[in-house]
Design a protein around this ligand. Structure first.
Ligand SMILES: Cc1cc2nc3c(=O)[nH]c(=O)nc-3n(C[C@H](O)[C@H](O)[C@H](O)COP(=O)(O)O)c2cc1C
Length: 337
């Protein structure tokens, strides 16, 4: 126990290495735009450079979105994101692989068998989080279809312990972005990330102390996304024309968080089938519970017994976003044959 505390912060982390083939690169900057972290440096007309920050040589979540949106197939990723030791040590196997639902042992490329898959399976494998939105409103009837997909999600005891907040008013989205950065995300991120590339003792002490109360909050990944939001003037929602926030009814039986998550994924897949792009946005959820955010909670009609669980940025994708990517392989215990 004591040992895991001493190894808690900062977790020793490996990031994957991204390389860009300068010959192939079209210099469009889509990798820079879509990256959930500040993983690339880019200036118009130049080949982007994969970078790190905050003491990390690379900043990459291994999501592969940069490879999916690249129009010229110029990006290669090697290695995996992993936390080597301490409390955050990965339970993943560190073997990045393409989808292999037909158990072909990864030998065949996805394109070789995708026709054999159902449309639902293809959507599951090819959907990528979309952070590049067209400036185009989502019609009301399309929004209703997404909400209906949420309503028909399974829930424990058929409680349907949720409420949906449909936000199209950009001024509220901006206030949510700005206030969550100001009250919580920016101060926390500045405390955690070290721009000099060193990790002073006082930060270890502060984070070890905080971790007693917030044991799962200090993996570097969310901090790298906060850094991007900070640099991009608080653009947590990437200018999406529509945000749907999913609230849980805290009175739900069993596990209303899980119910809300299942419901949200129904909406994401329905939106995808309707030609929309989506991205879960979790960053402002924690700050929304701050006492300082009471006014905003009221404007978002979040009142007891409801609490925000997650939100989804939705809109029409700008260019090609989807594409199959490699994923790490989780442990699987086969019990029986
Ligand atoms: C609960 C949840 C919260 C997330 N929050 C954010 C977020 O705040 N910002 C962001 O850019 N992406 C966010 N994501 C998207 C993940 O980064 C993304 O799903 C992951 O990197 C895998 O990429 P893919 O969705 O393209 O497969 C979130 C995803 C989930 C499930």
């Amino acid at each position: 126990m004591l040992n895991s505390f001493t190894k808690g912060y900062f977790p020793e982390t490996d990031f994957p290495i991204r390389t860009i083939d300068a010959e192939k690169c079209s210099k469009c900057g889509r990798c820079f735009e879509t990256c959930p972290t500040l993983g690339f440096q880019w200036r118009k007309g130049e080949v982007p450079t994969p970078v790190g920050y905050g003491g990390y040589a690379q900043a990459c979540l291994n999501c592969g979105n940069c490879t999916a949106v690249c129009p010229s197939d110029a990006i290669t990723m090697t290695g995996v994101y992993s936390v080597r030791e301490g409390r955050y040590k990965n339970s993943l196997e560190g073997k990045m692989a393409f989808p292999d639902p037909l158990c072909l042992n990864g030998a065949k490329m996805y394109d070789g068998f995708k026709e054999e898959l159902t449309p639902v399976e293809r959507a599951i494998f090819e959907r990528r989080s979309n952070r590049l939105f067209k400036d185009k409103k989502v019609p009301r009837e399309v929004i209703c279809r997404i909400l209906e997909a949420g309503r028909f999600a399974p829930s424990a005891g058929n409680c349907q312990p949720y409420k949906f907040v449909v936000i199209q008013d950009q001024s509220i989205i901006h206030d949510l972005e700005r206030l969550s950065m100001k009250t919580m995300l920016r101060p926390l991120k500045n405390l955690y990330l070290d721009h000099k590339g060193t990790r002073p003792l006082w930060k270890r002490i502060v984070f070890n102390f905080l971790s007693i109360f917030m044991a799962t909050k200090f993996d570097p990944r969310p901090f790298t996304a906060m850094e991007k939001a900070d640099v991009r003037k608080d653009k947590i929602y990437f200018d999406a024309p529509l945000v749907i926030m999913i609230l849980k009814d805290t009175r739900g039986v069993s596990n209303p968080d899980l119910d809300a998550g299942i419901c949200a994924q129904n909406m994401v897949l329905a939106a995808h089938a309707l030609g929309l792009g989506t991205c879960y946005i979790g960053l402002p959820i924690e700050p929304l519970n701050y006492p300082l955010m009471m006014g905003l909670r009221k404007r978002l009609s979040i009142r007891h017994p409801f609490e925000a669980v997650t939100s989804i940025a939705i809109g029409y994708p700008k260019g090609k976003i989807d594409g199959v990517v490699k994923r790490d392989t989780p442990q699987v215990a086969w019990i029986g044959s």
